[in-house]
Design a protein. Structure first.
Length: 495
């Protein structure tokens, strides 16, 4: 079946309806969820989704380690989940869609954006929504939000409460819908908008955002902290930001509480295994050492000043008592002393002319890099890039890199709007799929015609075609507050 018919509309299912996994992969996936094979019913979907958001973790460990970009190939995504790892929206939805198809469910993929209202046109395509088509109606089963509902929810106007968390769905014209998450426990997921009127054949149209999120230094998945999220039954959202384990739930005073702060490598990996169910057997010893160095640096750089946080079961733990820049400067000086036999005086002077966190990032990269014959030349090149980035923005920034626009202090690694000045996003627009029954014809408007047709996109017309969305047509610099750009990222660890 390539179409699913409703009373007043129909949805194109596309090639995804033919995704079928090998039996061994299905069994391995279900084993990760601790479930057995089931019939394609609403009750089964409820069990599958609840198990998935509880046991398959929303995390960014691999990209923080600078591992290669994983392909958006459903078999590879399923293997990733089956071996005990998680990921973000594209990787998780890719895998879950393949599992559902293999179990006999009919599903479709829809272009979406995770943004506050009003959603910028250029952000469409930074999220994908999975719709499952059942006799009871179309249901959204989103495993790629980090803090989304644990139960499938119907595509209809509604508001509801699930384990104390409030959610709402609202219809719009032209087949668009808006999902709202007013609790916003992570501080970055106020909701998403998606287009139910059209569907996509696969993940090709999401590749540009996938590459941006994974590789760009402007991506908050990259320049934000290491994070892991697990949406549990009864306990709410469990999150690990760098070294700090936190629980978010509406019943908690202030909405969140710190449970534990990892002070050793062994303690950190025990939290990852015991709380987030990931043994990380796919990481070698060098990668584990590097990961621990990264989370330590992030914890010390962004810790709140003079905070004493309640940790369990060990009582009070002092998280930090120095300003982030001071801590970063001390770490950078320590690394320069450690590498004094490898880097010359000129490179050292150049490093000391940078912001402490910039210098620390360069030194940390150098420390873990293999095969660099001339460390001083590596440093000079990295310093030049930092200075060029400062000039391109008009002046040298006096804020540490992670204070730059696009990273939210409470983030799990939000879907950031790529600043148009960075030049990292290709000029092609993320095209709205034109395979559905309500698809619009490409009218040939290119990027150069964007402004002349702005009334068509943003005026009285409700028919906002995304066939011609153009990257770089939106000024993010004047709207940084819309994306929760923090005044102080140290609030990350503030309960």
């Amino acid at each position: 079946m390539t179409w699913w018919f409703y009373r007043s509309s129909c949805v194109y299912l596309g090639r995804i309806s033919a995704w079928v996994l090998q039996e061994a992969l299905v069994d391995a996936y279900l084993g990760r969820l601790q479930l057995c094979r089931c019939a394609p019913t609403l009750e089964s979907l409820q069990s599958l989704l609840a198990a998935h958001v509880d046991r398959v973790i929303y995390e960014n460990l691999d990209l923080q380690l600078r591992r290669p970009l994983p392909p958006l190939c459903f078999e590879e995504s399923v293997k990733r989940v089956a071996k005990g790892r998680g990921g973000y929206c594209f990787l998780l939805v890719d895998a879950f869609a393949a599992l559902l198809c293999s179990l006999g469910f009919q599903v479709s993929l829809h272009t979406a954006t995770c943004s506050p209202v009003p959603e910028p046109e250029v952000k469409w395509g930074d999220h994908v929504v999975l719709v499952v088509h059942l006799p009871e109606g179309p249901f959204i089963a989103d495993v790629g939000l980090g803090e989304g509902p644990r139960w499938p929810f119907k595509v209809e106007n509604a508001s509801w409460t699930e384990d104390g968390f409030q959610f709402a769905m609202t219809s719009r014209s032209g087949g668009e819908w808006r999902f709202d998450n007013p609790v916003n426990a992570t501080g970055t997921m106020t909701g998403f908008a998606f287009d139910f009127g059209t569907s996509t054949d696969g993940f090709d149209e999401f590749l540009r955002f996938h590459d941006f999120f994974w590789n760009s230094k402007e991506s908050s998945y990259v320049k934000g902290p290491v994070f892991l999220h697990r949406k549990t039954t009864g306990r709410g959202l469990l999150s690990l930001f760098a070294c700090t384990l936190r629980r978010s739930h509406p019943e908690v005073s202030g909405g969140k509480e710190i449970l534990q702060v990892a002070t050793t490598k062994e303690e950190w990996f025990k939290i990852v295994e015991d709380v987030f169910l990931m043994t990380l057997d796919d990481l070698d010893d060098e990668e584990k050492d590097r990961l621990w160095d990264i989370v330590q640096m992030q914890h010390q750089s962004f810790v709140n000043v003079s905070i004493l946080d309640q940790a369990v079961p060990g009582g009070l733990v002092e998280i930090g008592a120095v300003e982030p820049d001071v801590a970063a400067q001390q770490q950078a000086e320590d690394l320069m002393s450690e590498m004094s036999d490898k880097i010359d005086a000129s490179a050292t002077r150049q490093l000391r002319g940078l912001e402490p966190t910039e210098a620390l990032a360069i030194l940390t990269e150098l420390r873990h890099a293999d095969g660099i014959r001339n460390p001083s030349a590596f440093i000079m090149s990295a310093v030049k890039r930092c200075n060029n980035q400062g000039r391109s923005s008009g002046s040298r920034r006096r804020d540490p890199p992670r204070l730059q626009q696009g990273w939210d202090a409470e983030t799990e690694g939000c879907r950031v709007a790529p600043p148009k000045a960075c030049g990292l996003i290709p000029p092609e627009s993320p095209r709205r799929s034109t395979t559905g029954p309500h698809a619009e014809e490409d009218d040939g408007y290119g990027g150069d015609d964007y402004e002349s047709h702005s009334d068509r996109r943003h005026g009285n017309s409700q028919d906002r075609s995304r066939d011609n969305r153009v990257y770089g047509s939106y000024d993010y610099g004047s709207d940084s507050d819309r994306y929760g750009s923090p005044s102080d990222p140290r609030a990350l660890l503030d309960p």
